[in-house]
Design a protein around this ligand. Structure first.
Ligand SMILES: Cc1cc2nc3c(=O)[nH]c(=O)nc-3n(C[C@H](O)[C@H](O)[C@H](O)COP(=O)(O)OP(=O)(O)OC[C@H]3O[C@@H](n4cnc5c(N)ncnc54)[C@H](O)[C@@H]3O)c2cc1C
Length: 430
């Protein structure tokens, strides 16, 4: 039987969609097979009773170079967070207006003893360093943990624990700061060069935009791939159906890629739980990220009133609050119910200590437990380059191959498409 498609792409996360977009641009045919009932993988939004619930709190950094060249930002109708953060130190809120663009903003933190004068100078130095480096420079320097890097820069423990730990802990979903210093500097550069935004209609609009550019009938949903046969260039679905391509692109998360091909090494995952609450009154009025800067103060790592950023995230007259809790939690694909009930109580109790009695009227909407939220790319994971070619007519992409971000997923999808196109062109010429 002759293959109908140049490529079968397994997975419709950003990596798979990016790969498909680049193949389509060059006139190659493909079929995306996706296990879930919608595209997007980890970048999806649910629309529930007028609320937009992203599957885990996420943001787009507009300076991401690959995102800027792949996505149509204008039609995403992006809405900005204000730079910096509001940090709760256990007693008070302290504003950090913009350490990424304006180190002088540390003045308020100096007054509150979170940052020292030396921290301010270090922020200025760090900013100048990342601005002077290219993304390639950053990703080719020796890697170390974020914590080690912050210590090497000389930051005070208070600055690390009150600001960097919740901020970069929230980005890497690991508040031990054992993540990569390369990612830290990359994100710092992106923050310094662009804005932190979400699409007016939810993060899922990013995936929907990419999928919307693909030819009709090029995506099959609810089709889980059970196995692949590299020699025959064939995938077998869990319902027994087989599909033949000239090549196969594995664009799943690391754990599933490794199940489909044991030669693929998957990093462990960082987990997060995201809780959504509805409120009649917003606890703050700004589009700002709120950080827990107090050790042991409760489960919240970061919180945002999403309707302060993008009004359409909730019905008129309502506000949507997103809370991120880091770390392991019991339960399978769904949260353990007893654990969830306790977590909701603990989160509300901590929020009450921040915002007062108004929190008692918050309504819990939904919680998302995301077991494989981010590949844990602690050093030295990123030091080893992982090629997209896995052998004859088999390619692999995904954030776990590049780096754990929207940008990393998009880059790896493009790289897989480029390798595949180049190989197919050679094969056609023979
Ligand atoms: C809570 C959270 C917060 C984040 N915050 C940010 C952030 O603020 N900024 C940022 O840049 N990044 C963030 N990220 C990371 C970013 O979302 C991911 O890096 C990116 O979406 C990964 O895309 P991917 O295509 O590599 O993988 P995935 O999105 O996991 O896509 C893989 C796809 O493969 C499908 N699949 C798996 N197995 C099979 C199979 N056997 N058959 C068929 N299909 C299969 C899955 O259903 C899925 O759709 C966050 C992620 C999470 C979860």
């Amino acid at each position: 039987m002759e293959p109908i498609y140049d490529a079968i792409i397994v997975g419709s996360g950003l990596a798979g969609l990016s790969c498909a977009k680049h193949l389509a641009r060059q006139g190659f045919s493909f079929l995306i097979v996706e296990a879930e009932d919608a595209v997007g993988g980890r970048v999806r939004s649910d629309y529930v009773n007028g609320y937009t619930l992203d599957r885990g709190f996420q943001v787009l950094l507009t300076a991401y170079p690959e995102a800027a060249s792949t996505l149509d930002y204008k039609s995403l109708d992006l809405k900005p967070f204000v730079p910096g953060a509001l940090i709760n130190d256990g007693k008070y809120f302290i504003r950090l207006s913009d350490p990424f663009k304006d180190p002088s903003c540390l003045l308020s933190m100096m007054v509150s003893n979170i940052a020292s004068l030396a921290d301010k100078l270090r922020v200025a130095y760090l900013r100048q360093k990342v601005m002077a480096s290219t993304v390639e420079d950053i990703f080719s320097q020796p890697d170390k943990t974020i914590l080690q890097s912050l210590k090497d820069f000389g930051f005070s423990d208070t600055m690390i624990n009150r600001f960097f730990r919740p901020f970069f802990g929230g980005i890497t979903l690991d508040n031990t700061l054992s993540g990569s210093s390369r990612m830290f500097e990359f994100v710092y550069k992106m923050m310094a060069e662009g804005q932190v935004m979400i699409p007016a209609g939810g993060m899922g609009k990013i995936s929907q935009q990419l999928a919307g550019e693909l030819p009709p009938d090029s995506i099959r949903l609810n089709c889980q791939v059970d196995s692949i046969d590299q020699d025959k260039s064939q995938v077998t679905l869990t319902n027994g159906e087989t599909i033949l391509g000239r090549s196969i692109v594995l664009a799943t998360d690391g754990a599933n890629a490794s199940k489909l091909n044991s030669a693929i090494e998957a990093p462990p995952s960082n987990m997060a739980t995201c809780l959504y609450f509805s409120a009649d009154v917003a606890p703050i009025n700004e589009p700002v990220l709120v950080l827990n800067g107090a050790d042991q103060a409760g489960p919240i790592n970061n919180l945002a009133v999403l309707t302060n950023v993008a009004k359409a995230y909730a019905p008129v007259g309502k506000h949507l609050i997103s809370v991120t809790v880091l770390g392991q939690s019991p339960g399978g694909a769904n949260l353990d119910q007893t654990y969830e009930e306790q977590l909701i109580k603990d989160v509300m109790s901590q929020a009450k200590s921040w915002f007062g009695d108004q929190v008692e009227s918050w309504q819990h909407l939904k919680s998302y437990r995301i077991a494989n939220a981010l590949p844990n790319q602690s050093p030295p994971w990123l030091e080893k380059s992982r090629p997209v070619r896995l052998g004859k007519a088999l390619y692999v992409c995904g954030d776990f191959r590049e780096n754990a971000s929207i940008n990393g997923a998009l880059v790896s999808g493009r790289k897989a498409a480029e390798a595949l196109v180049s190989d197919l062109k050679v094969a056609i010429c023979k």
